[in-house]
Structure formats: C-alpha cells, structure tokens
Design a protein around this ligand. Structure first.
Ligand SMILES: Cc1cc2nc3c(=O)[nH]c(=O)nc-3n(C[C@H](O)[C@H](O)[C@H](O)COP(=O)(O)OP(=O)(O)OC[C@H]3O[C@@H](n4cnc5c(N)ncnc54)[C@H](O)[C@@H]3O)c2cc1C
Length: 366
C-alpha cells in the first residue's frame, strides 16, 4: 500500500522533534526538507523543566537541577522542585538524537532551500511541496517594535571551586538596569565551570561589550573571580510575542507556530508539547491542532508584558514575588503552561495590584 506523505520544512528544534516520532506512524512516509547550511548553526543550551512531554529530553539532558534562585538587591529566593527539575540539553545533542530516531524510522532528508510563492511551498527545482500533511518550521520574521529577550554569554571556567553546583541562578537582577530589564543567568555545570549569560528584555540589542562587561563585573563582585577562561560562546534574540502565523493548506510549528511563550521567551518545552499533541492527533486521526498556549494564558501574558513595558523598574520585584508565591514544582508547571487555576490565583494575588490594573485597562482598550 502506498504510504501517505508528511512533509516537514526545517530540520531545527520543531522539525526534527516531529520527525523523531515517524516510527509511531507507519502508514506515513515522513520527508524533511531543510536548507543546506554552509556554516553549522552554533551549538547552545536549551533550558526546560521536566514534565510528561519532555521525558526523552530529560533522559538526554546534559545537566539537571532541583533548585534554582531568583535574586534581587533585596532578597534571594531559592525554589526546590521534587518532581520537575530544571534541565538543559545542548542543541546539537538533541538534534542528533532526534535525527537518529528519524533515520531509524526511515525518514527521507532533502537539502532544499524552500521558497514560498503564492502561499505555496517550492523546492529549488520548482517542485511544489504537497502531501497529506505539511508542517512548516521556517523561522518567522520578527515585527519591528517587538520586545526582545536578547543575551550573550559563555562557559566560564575557574581554577578554584567557586560555583555552587546545586543551584541554578535563573535570574539575578544585581546588574546594570540602565538598558532595560537585565539579569544574569548562571548555570553551574560544576564547581569550577558555569554557563553565564547577560540577558535583557528590551527592544534594542546591545553591543557584545555590554553583555561581557556585565558578566565580568558580576563575577568579580559576587564571586571575587577575575581570572577565568571563556569558551562555548552563545548569543540569541528571542521575540517576546505571539508570532503564530496562519497558513492555508499547511500547519506552522515551532516559533512560527506560536510556540514561544511571550512572557518568558521559553520555547523548547512548548515545542515538545506542540509536537506531542500533533502526534496524538495523527495517531487518533483527529483534526490537527497546533495551538499550544491557552487563550487565557496569552491574555495574561499580554497584561504581564504591558506591566514590564510601563514599569520596567518593577521587574526584579515582580519576578521575586512570583518566586515567593509558589513552590519549585508549581513554578516549573507555571513556566511550562501546565498549571491549575489555583497556581494562577496564588501568583495574581502576590502581584503589585495598581500596575497590573493599569496594564489590564491598557490591554483591553487597545
Ligand atoms: C541561542 C539560543 C538559545 C535559546 N535558548 C533557549 C532555551 O534555553 N530555552 C527555550 O525554551 N528556548 C530557547 N531558545 C528559543 C527556541 O527554543 C529556539 O529558537 C528553537 O530553536 C526554535 O525552534 P524552531 O524549530 O522554531 O526553529 P529552528 O530551530 O531555528 O529551526 C528552523 C529550521 O528551518 C530551517 N530553514 C530556515 N529557512 C528555511 C528554508 N527557506 N527552507 C528550508 N529550511 C529552512 C533552518 O535551517 C532550521 O533548520 C533559544 C534560542 C537561541 C537562538
């Protein structure tokens, strides 16, 4: 019997995460079309929390932690998770794991730079991509004036044991706040080495000097560290916006399928959730639904982002209050979009009321 075709555009996080499930759908032939990269995309870490749809990423994770902290000039809040640790996996490690599974599942791979003409997808030989299902993960363009999460950093190695390998510093706001909401993200990979990133939520990208000077000042001030080696440089720009695109005759997945959570910029976990949903839809012959965030969550994110826009100086206090309102597992579920109304309730009542009420009105009259 001739197999039905599933065509996937892009072999990044979403494309390969989907292709890894080809062995679950034997009636389909999976094909992946992705541009031939002259220069291999730089490797970097993806951070996520363990839950039911990140089980295999968790088993392949480079590091996991049960504790993480949110730090401001006023307080230092450490959260502990029993069921949902924070994990990181290297991009190339995850992509090769998915690709290996896809190859075992007899997925075809094509080096193709796909173009779009009159809403249809074309290969470089001018052949239209058809098939029973098309999933498109080409990165979307970012609208101007979008709030961005932008960061640069690297793995720092010291000769002495200086990092506490037990606790991730998820957000440490004790750094220069003059360019926007700014925090240091520090992942202790061992007592001697850590991935350290200077991250901003703002509309303007800074020069590399800004991020690296912030890291140097931070390490000197809080770790008395001035001599260290630097490797595995990372940088990224993630739009803090709902970028979901609508297309006729195909499904958008990954960033272009709205997988970024606007309020946090986390996408890996939501991509896994989206792909798990799609696979379930295909297995049970249901209509495919790529929607990954609830409307209520997106509405609350718009209010939250409005607060950050109107009152950026309050950001450290707001993130600290969030961390004080919930326990580690609740925060992990909240950050993964998997939470009960009671968690929302705890968070809402902990927030500064006046700025949220003002932001709420601004969002609804827009
Ligand atoms: C440095 C960095 C760090 C990040 N860290 C985190 C993190 O810690 N946690 C988190 O949740 N998120 C993180 N993100 C955000 C998000 O998880 C990633 O951006 C993720 O890669 C998005 O997956 P995607 O499949 O949508 O896009 P991509 O992974 O970028 O995949 C897109 C694919 O499409 C291909 N393609 C593009 N154009 C064409 C074309 N015309 N024809 C054919 N193929 C094409 C590309 O080659 C690529 O293979 C990070 C992003 C960056 C850049």
């Amino acid at each position: 019997m001739k197999k039905k075709q599933i065509n996937i555009i892009g072999a990044g996080c979403a494309g390969l995460s989907l292709a890894r499930f080809s062995n679950k759908l034997k009636e389909y032939q999976f094909n992946v079309f992705s541009e031939k990269k002259i220069e291999k995309t730089k490797d970097h870490f993806w951070g996520f929390w363990k839950n039911s749809f990140t089980e295999d990423a968790y088993s392949n994770a480079n590091c996991t932690w049960s504790k993480w902290s949110i730090i401001t000039n006023e307080a230092h809040e450490v959260l502990t998770a029993k069921k949902h640790p924070y994990c990181v996996i290297k991009r190339n490690k995850w992509l090769s794991y998915c690709k290996k599974k896809a190859i075992k599942g007899k997925v075809n791979f094509f080096d193709e730079n796909i173009s779009e003409v009159n809403n249809r997808l074309l290969t470089s030989n001018k052949i239209y991509i058809t098939g029973h299902q098309i999933f498109d993960s080409r990165p979307p363009s970012i609208p101007s004036n979008t709030l961005l999460q932008h960061f640069e950093g690297c793995v720092i190695t010291s000769k002495k044991n200086i990092f506490n390998p037990e606790i991730v510093r998820l957000m440490d706001f004790r750094c220069d706040q003059s360019k926007g909401i700014h925090f240091i993200y520090l992942l202790p990979l061992s007592a001697k080495s850590a991935l350290v990133e200077s991250t901003l939520f703002s509309k303007n990208i800074e020069s590399s000097d800004f991020y690296f000077n912030s890291i140097k000042i931070y390490l000197k001030k809080y770790y008395h560290l001035t001599k260290f080696s630097m490797k595995d440089f990372e940088k990224g720009i993630i739009p803090m916006n709902d970028l979901s695109m609508k297309s006729i005759g195909r499904y958008n997945i990954g960033m272009r399928g709205g997988a970024i959570r606007p309020s946090s910029g986390y996408a890996f976990i939501y991509i896994q959730k989206q792909i798990n949903k799609i696979i379930k839809n295909l297995i049970f012959k249901e209509n495919i639904n790529t929607k990954v965030h609830k409307n209520f969550d997106l509405f609350m994110d718009r209010i939250f982002l409005m607060v950050l826009d109107l009152y950026p100086e309050k950001a450290p206090k707001i993130f600290l209050k969030l961390a004080q309102a919930v326990n580690g597992d609740e925060m992990a579920m909240f950050m993964s979009g998997e939470f009960k109304a009671s968690i929302w309730f705890k968070i809402i009542i902990s927030m500064p009321k006046i700025c949220f009420i003002k932001a709420f009105y601004k969002v609804i009259i827009r």
